[in-house]
Design a protein around this ligand. Structure first.
Ligand code: FES
Length: 57
């Protein structure tokens, strides 16, 4: 499922980068994948995915 349409980023890509590279917040995710750096409408959903992925560790 696409989370960030501006950058074509999916929930799976976000989960993978949280697990593989330790991305833990929106600032780091923005730097890594660009998520949230354009229209910003994906920020809440992306933050939820970061949080739930970290809780799944
Ligand atoms: Fe992510 Fe626009 S949908 S910045």
């Amino acid at each position: 499922m696409f989370v960030c349409l501006c950058h074509g980023i999916t929930d799976t890509q976000i989960e993978n980068i949280v697990r593989a590279e330790g991305v833990g917040n929106m600032r780091e995710l923005k730097n890594a994948l660009g998520v949230g750096s354009q229209c910003g409408s994906c920020i809440n959903m992306a933050q939820n995915i970061i949080d739930t992925t970290i809780m799944d560790y």
